[in-house]
Write a protein that binds this ligand. Sequence first.
Ligand code: TYD
Length: 225
Amino acid sequence: MSASGAPGRGKFITLEGGEGAGKSTQARFLAEHLRSLGHECVVTREPGGSPVAEALREVILSGVAASLGPSAETVLFAAARIDHVAQTILPALARGAFVVCDRFTDSTRVYQGALGKVDPGLIRTLEEIAMDQCRPDLTLILDLPAQTGLARAAARRAQQAADRFEAEGLAFHEGLRSAFLEIAKNEPARCKTVDAAQRPEDVGRAILALVENQFGPLAAKAGTP
Ligand code: TYD
């Protein structure tokens, strides 16, 4: 609580990385931990996270929009993000909650920008519009060899077909990894890299340490049993 009695702005944490890095498992672990200390925590994902954005997610990941070309696809990701930020993220931050988001703007920079060769000017402009008042306070980049991530992703989906991006070749996924590491190198105050090849519980522990480092001890809220 701030001195006025209103909750201070919450914390916005994004999880980024290639396919099969374990982002959704780690988002769940982190949220369980924060809730066990009495904090409100909203777990969300991109593309998606609000009704309009979830509808756009279907369109984007099914591949039907791929024929529009990478620039138009980038616009679709941004449109989904605008709704997600307005409907889900900003209201939660205003309540003082933690928001843990599985992918955000760094995924656009990497998938559409670095790999899709979309004009960096367009990516920047869309980022400015979508991220108004909503920059991540901490971005955790879950890093692991592309081959390991792809094998995990294939095991997870079992018999289902690979989605649009998972179906790309190994060189594409190695490119994703380097592009995420490049962002981490350029923005060290916001971005922390985590070795995601470790056991999930060890990745979880590393993440908690990084979150405490960034925000201070995650003390239990008053009234928590
Ligand atoms: P998802 O099934 O959520 O994959 P993952 O478990 O790997 O996060 O699908 C999201 C896909 O969308 C993923 O391949 C990355 C891609 N993506 C972009 O290309 N640009 C973006 O801005 C976002 C948010 C996701």
